[in-house]
Design a binder for this molecule. Sequence first.
Ligand SMILES: Nc1ncnc2c1ncn2[C@@H]1O[C@H](COP(=O)(O)OP(=O)(O)OP(=O)(O)O)[C@@H](O)[C@H]1O
Ligand SMILES: [Mg+2]
Length: 240
Amino acid sequence: MPIVSLQNISKSFGKTPIINNISLNFSKGKFICLLGSSGSGKTTILRLMAGLEKLDDGKIYLNGKLVNEKGRILIASSQREIGFIFQDLALWPHLTVYENIAFGLKIKKAEKAKISAKISEILDFFCIEGHQNKYPNQLSGGQQQLVAIARSLVLNPQILLMDEPLANLDVKLKSKIRNQIKNLTKDFSITIIYVTHDHHEAFKLADEIVIINDGKIVEIGAPEEIHKSENTFVKEFIEI
Ligand SMILES: Nc1ncnc2c1ncn2[C@@H]1O[C@H](COP(=O)(O)OP(=O)(O)OP(=O)(O)O)[C@@H](O)[C@H]1O
Ligand SMILES: [Mg+2]
């Protein structure tokens, strides 16, 4: 059974159709990249999966459970066992790095010792131990991005939705973090759905690439299949 199943989903904002009858199935532990240009509907697809938007039509199943159907959110965002790293990160400005990462665990009423052990492990994994007492505005954009990823991972999500998470990083850090993110599917056995408009990034990371244009799927396949695609749009897009 796929861990994520989008079945004929559609979404408009006002009268403008944004997502047009998309169906996708993803297997557990896979790294999926949604690749498309600005405005193609990538963030909207993630927001629908996260339960932050209602569908106009279709169904979404996560882990075998129906979570959204036409006009209805059946399972709330907080109950979906997903992590979501937004384009704008959304760290709590009044909480330190440690408190930001601990926040979700505290809500889940985890024991203090457990919280502390988990946070040490994740700070170590991302090499951000030295920053745990700082506030987000005392960190670089790249460090903030790592904290946002750590904050999601610490909750052991089954599915991690990442919306352009490396956008603020310099080339060297980007390459290092990209490798760490790539390994998350193995180290934490989670399914990652990763949005990017950078095809180089998609080719480096993905087991499967979904190319989206104007709210429709243009092509799906492993990176080597996408490279060989005969579709004119795909050929132009990946040669940019
Ligand atoms: N809440 C909203 N109300 C109205 N229009 C919206 C809303 N959210 C998104 N849109 C429109 O839907 C389209 C798709 O937006 P979306 O954010 O999904 O694109 P994207 O592929 O993530 O783009 P980017 O790469 O720039 O982040 C855009 O034209 C956008 O203006
Ligand atoms: Mg977006």
